[in-house]
Design a protein. Structure first.
Length: 284
């Protein structure tokens, strides 16, 4: 969830079902809207662009720290309302190489690592069966786990400059595999997250007049995201779509620790987090 290429969260969320098609829940409904409202996500990213290996061959190191919290009611048993809070604190870093095969075609490859601490707090309903509570407590609820996850990836793309800006066809392939390395959960040996995500899309970047002496552009990005393994929980169909329209201001390194900033609107279709989102960009 901390990867903005796969999912976009923001400062405001909207249910689009009644705007586009009231009979199609893939546009988002009350359930997906409530889930998005229950999520608090904070991500601080930063990238170091390393010295080029060759005029066509560059590399970089990217890191991000993140905090994710979800607080919602959970009905494990019908008629019993329980309060559940889940919290993930973590860090991610990757090394990536970029190679230009020609003026338009490029390829990228890299390896990332996640270190995450997961905590679950579950407040049982007063009528919850004590024998079931004893079975779940420490195993599913009211437990912690620390996981180390590797994420190799390979990307390809084609970009073309135009009089109005440029367009880009992009493909991104990520595999994640990890295991629990600590925590209080009684089933740590069984915690082995894994899965794929494949992102295909077309992005258009339109040049606009410079603002405050720095470059800015309007971007429109159409993406399809296919997921499998543990990430398939995001979509019953195994895929979903995102369309984003955003205005991004590139600081051209004139502001320390700030590469770019912007604002955008995203439409998510077909996932458990469907709907519209107004987002703020930071080092996007």
């Amino acid at each position: 969830m901390s990867d903005s290429d796969a999912l976009t969260f923001g400062i405001a969320n909207f249910d689009l079902q009644y705007i586009f098609d009231p009979d199609d829940p893939n546009w988002g409904d009350e359930e997906t809207l409530e889930l998005k409202k229950s999520l608090d996500i904070f991500v601080i990213p930063y990238t170091w662009q390393l010295e080029d290996l060759d005029p066509a061959w560059s590399h970089k190191i990217a890191v991000r720290a993140f905090y994710i919290e979800v607080h919602r009611e959970n009905q494990v048993l019908h008629g019993l309302t329980n309060a559940e809070k889940e919290r993930v604190v973590g860090a991610y870093g990757h090394y990536q190489q970029h190679y230009d095969f020609s003026k338009s075609w490029y390829g990228e490859a890299g390896l990332g690592m996640h270190l995450m601490h997961y905590e679950n707090q579950f407040d049982y309903d007063s009528n919850f069966p004590p024998e079931l509570r004893e079975l779940l407590d420490g195993n599913v609820f009211n437990t912690t786990a620390v996981a180390l996850i590797s994420e190799p990836f390979i990307n390809f793309g084609y970009t073309k400059k135009q009089s109005w800006g440029q367009w880009l066809a992009h493909n991104s392939n990520h595999y994640v595999y990890g295991r629990a390395v600590g925590g209080k959960a009684e089933n740590l040996s069984e915690i082995r997250p894994k899965g794929w995500r494949i992102i295909n899309g077309v992005e258009f970047k339109f040049d606009v007049p410079k603002l405050w002496g720095v470059s800015d552009f309007v971007a429109v990005d159409f993406k399809r995201i296919d997921v499998s393994g543990d990430m398939s929980r995001l979509s019953d169909d195994g895929y979903y779509y995102e369309t984003t329209v955003g205005w991004v201001i590139d600081t051209n390194n004139k502001i320390p620790l700030l590469d770019n900033i912007g604002i955008g609107f995203t439409i998510n279709y077909g996932s458990s987090l469907s709907g519209g989102t107004l987002s703020l960009y930071y080092n996007e």
